[in-house]
Design a protein around this ligand. Structure first.
Ligand SMILES: [Zn+2]
Length: 435
């Protein structure tokens, strides 16, 4: 399989099966914005739930929150985003196309029109602006948050005191963020609207090193637990020249996409930068009282910041397989049952002799514990192929033997092995398989 065609094939499968559509499709779309369809929304929700379970619900030392996308503009002054959060850009004077000047050789001609006539490079702030309230003057300008993290930092004291948390502890949230990127692309990988899963872990400043180690290990394990191939995952330390303005050290979790190794998550030592800045700009103390040493300290922060959409893309890319089966090409998404939108698809072999009714009853009996789906449309081979492309791990077929002995055929997606299972054993059978 030629690597650079994989993305095209995946985009097409995502549309065909209802994972991901171009946004505003009937109007010709909007560049680099996407809508999650019926299967995509399930996949995305499964990923977010697994993250929340791993990072919040299962831990005594992390609490969750859900902050507004819109915040007081002073937040972005304090965080440094107004002054620091920009990329250098150049425009082609001939065709007006805009590029990142740090990613271009300006001795070359414009890749868009072939002419060489560049503007001076200048800084472009990446925050998306809008106006708040009815007036549209400069006093009403606010920004869509470029990261969810600041909603956590400004609520540090609220969350810490109400949940009565002691260091070290974390605050986590999942939510949308926006960046007015100069260049977007690679499908879901870089878009201007995206969703983050961020956890800020507050520690005593002399303990940041050990917690940075702890969280890089924990986060790598999480990705492996989603069924992503280990040889396509790596942890890459940032060089000093690529650290963000707030970070003292940073590791990226990277995945080997068809377009190269790229970042899924950043795990960073943000030091006391954010709480110091917000203390200075707001005049409010953002400290924690250490009763052992009898003094107030400003905690340092170790952040684990992951992209939801990038995780979705990684899981889809990693699961995409083509293989030849009996002379025919089979496309299959080898999704882990933990994230697959549908766990079990139930098919009546033919639409008569009571088979559809039995199939519907089976779906009803499974629905409380598994994402079960009933499909009676088209030949059985066609239905298998549809579910292979949807990444459904198990297929259950009701056939004429079922009418005699109350058993069904269970087909495994990946090896296509089939076995007979009694209908009343199905829930325990799948529970055992999916653990
Ligand atoms: Zn041009």
């Amino acid at each position: 399989m030629v690597e650079n065609k994989v993305m095209d094939k995946l985009v097409s499968l995502c549309k065909r099966r209802g994972f991901i559509f171009q946004s505003s499709d009937i109007y010709g779309g909007l560049e680099s914005t996407y809508d999650y369809g019926p299967l995509g929304a399930e996949l995305k929700n499964n990923i977010k739930q697994l993250w929340w379970q791993d990072m919040v619900t299962s831990r005594p030392d992390v609490v969750g929150m859900d902050a507004s996308i819109l915040m007081n503009p002073k937040v972005w002054e304090a965080s440094g985003h107004l002054s620091e959060f920009h990329d250098p850009m150049v425009d082609c004077k001939n065709c007006k196309a805009r590029f990142r000047s740090d990613q271009m050789d300006l001795d070359n001609n414009c890749p868009n029109c072939g002419v060489q006539d560049w503007t001076e490079a200048r800084q472009f702030n990446l925050m998306l602006k809008t106006h708040y309230g009815p007036s549209e003057d400069s006093s009403s300008v606010i920004y869509l948050r470029p990261e969810t993290a600041q909603g956590i930092f400004v609520n540090f004291a609220n969350a810490q005191s109400t949940a009565r948390m002691k260091l070290p502890f974390g605050i986590a949230q999942i939510g949308k963020a926006f960046r007015n990127e100069i260049t977007t692309g690679n499908f879901l990988f870089r878009s201007r609207e995206f969703e983050q899963m961020e956890m800020e872990f507050f520690v005593k400043p002399d303990e940041t090193g050990e917690w940075l180690d702890y969280w890089t290990d924990a986060r790598m394990s999480w990705y492996k637990g989603l069924g992503i191939r280990e040889e396509r995952l790596k942890l890459r330390p940032h060089g000093d020249d690529e650290l963000a303005h707030y970070a003292a050290a940073c590791f990226d979790v990277e995945y080997q996409f068809p377009f190269g190794w790229s970042e899924l998550e950043g795990i960073a030592d943000r030091g006391t930068f954010d709480l110091d800045q917000h203390t200075e700009h707001s005049g409010k103390k953002l400290t924690w009282f250490d009763s052992k040493d009898n003094k107030h300290i400003t905690p340092a922060v170790v952040e684990a910041s992951a992209g939801v959409d990038r995780t979705v893309l990684t899981i889809l890319v990693d699961a995409y397989h083509e293989e030849e089966v009996k002379g025919e090409n089979r496309v299959v998404l080898r999704l882990s049952p933990k994230v697959a939108p549908t766990t079990v698809a139930v098919f009546p072999l033919v639409n008569r002799d009571g088979m559809p009714e039995i199939g519907e009853k089976i779906v009803e009996s499974l629905r409380n514990n598994f994402a079960a789906f009933f499909d009676a449309g088209g030949s059985i081979g066609r239905r298998y192929r549809r579910q292979d492309e949807a990444g459904t791990p198990y297929g259950v077929t009701v056939d004429s033997d079922t009418l005699e002995d109350q058993t069904v055929t269970v087909r495994e997606r990946d090896n296509m092995v089939q076995e007979r299972v009694a209908i009343d054993q199905l829930p325990s059978y799948f529970r055992e398989k999916i653990r």
